[in-house]
Design a protein. Sequence first.
Length: 260
Amino acid sequence: MSENQKKDIADDNNNNETAIKTNNPHPPAMNPKATDKYPMKRGFAGNFFFGLGVIGTYAFIRFGAEGVANIPKDIPYVIAANHQTYVDGMWIARFLPRKHFKVMCCLAASDLETDHGLLGRIIMRVGRGIAVDRYGSPVRGLIKAKKEIENGHVMLVHPEGTRTSDGLVADLKDGAAYMAVKANVPVLPVYISGGYDVFSRHMKKPQFWDKANKRRKKVTIHFGPVMLPQTYGKDAHKLTTAIQDWLREMEKTQMAKKPE
């Protein structure tokens, strides 16, 4: 996140606070109609497709998790995860306590609703997406997300901003850390291994079978130790660096284990 975008967030927050104090029902910097529908309601359809997706995952791949004990017992918190597939959020949510999943939201690209067909709309439902404009200004989406965190929600963010194009962790943006610092909540770092081999952005459909080893492919969700904003002086950039270092260390470790 750039310094200008941080300033925009601060200005938007100040404008909203001013609007409340002056009883102005139309804050100058926010469009209520554009944000009221977020986070998306999961509803019956979202819960149905989540359950179906989890069943399919266990049926078609070798799926598991490590470090589940690192998941905070209390909410709210921010999940900062690498981004390998369309369904990373579903895989992570599978291991969250039920009450955490119920209030889990995610930052999602606004074009997921419009340019990715039925799958994109299902993902927005399952993940209770909050749309953010990744090609323009993400400010409004970040403000809405921060407010949801302050209201007690678990927020999933992929700080890379998009799915990996080569299976490796890209440079992270500051959004996840910035929200955690401003809301004063922990960050739970998560590394997904194996997802890129199953359903990368270059695949039209998932590929479950490891032909070389004649078995199902494996995906593991690694939950890391919680990171507290105060440990990094409530500096979003330092916190982002710590998240990135952990993700890349996990990546290095997991790549050294291949082939299993």
